[in-house]
Design a protein around this ligand. Sequence first.
Ligand code: NAD
Ligand code: 022
Ligand code: ZN
Length: 369
Amino acid sequence: MKTRAAVAFAAKKPLEIVELDLDGPKAGEVLVEIKATGICHTDYFTLSGADPEGLFPCVLGHEGAGIVVDVGAGVTSLKKGDHVIPLYTPECRQCKSCLSRKTNLCTSIRATQGKGVMPDGTSRFKCDGATVLHYMGTSTFSNHIVAPEIALAKIREDAPFDKVCYIGCGVTTGIGAVIWTAKAEPGCRAVVFGLGGIGLNVIQGLRMAGAEMIVGVDINPARKNIAEKFGMTHFVNPTEVGGDIVPYLVNLTDGGADYTFDATGNVTVMRQALESCHRGWGKSIVIGVAPSGAEISTRPFQLVTGRVWMGTAFGGARGRTDVPRIVDWYMNGKINIDDLITHKLPLERINEGFDLMHAGESIRSVVEF
Ligand code: NAD
Ligand code: 022
Ligand code: ZN
């Protein structure tokens, strides 16, 4: 079939809207009509050429929602008409990782997904006869995609695509980091570094978990008002503190936070987050993705004295199990997504979405097909 997509033909070039050929789903695969997609940092990271694993030409996008159009042989968990969210972290429920119950990083299709192909080693996309690669197994910047059955979460049919697409990455990552990675408990004190599309979801996850003190740290003063709306109790702008922010935060939290979160991707901030944790039990969760080749450092004393440094991918969520629950939380009014979607664009203007992200003007831009 034919479909319309924003294609990354090469690094550093704007996306081009073109008509692609899309092959139907093979065994274990599903054809999905994407209705809406968010624009997230990793898409730009790859487009910029800074991602050493980036491959071109490809169809970027990993934060979508849509409807099943057709299923391949052997597909049992989905049927035509089902509403779905594509998962860049699949859940096969059979690999060593899924069976361990200790991680959400399913390994069953990791190798082919990273190479931009389906599990059989080929791509379903073509442009004028030439192969165009998939991206993160999702490629939600295309109006139609083929994805493995294990990389699709079935969601309720009354959920609006233009909002729940954000659960495909940002919402789940931020809220999941609190609930599944940190396992924050009622009454805890937390510090969140970076109040963007991820950090604001960390904040609403902390509010849900019953945190007593939620400190937000950002160099952009415009983030204060929206963060307060999502549950932040104290705002700190590092440029106004002057000097080292760590003792300032340790003092503010009466000895250090129970949980800190890096949602900036800056390795200096990651160190500040670890060192703002409470001696003996503080946990610091790295969410931000740092530039390739970057390294983190601290004195071993920080860890010997009982602080824990950990990271999270997709908030530790098991996609097919947990994503439908988060959609329910949204539909039941437990979480706010609407106020984080600051811009909506048609596919033709998708490149403007990247500009808004870099200017710090948007929290999330959503493209509707
Ligand atoms: P964003 O640009 O919307 O927000 C980042 C915020 O950090 C901005 O408000 C910015 O002003 C602030 N900031 C920058 N430098 C700072 C500093 N030195 N101190 C304090 N604040 C600072 O980005 P986002 O969409 O929220 O994503 C944040 C990070 O999370 C990115 O690195 C992204 O790649 C990563 N991410 C990780 C996962 C995962 O699974 N681990 C998933 C999604 C996103
Ligand atoms: C999403 N991310 C950042 C912004 N939006 C993001 C990027 C990378 C990961 C998670 C979220 C990530 C963490 C750990 C891994 N990835 C490796 C997982 C593994 O090896 O099992 C990651 C993922 C997918 C891809 C690359 C890296 C890919 O499909 N190319 C989950
Ligand atoms: Zn993302």
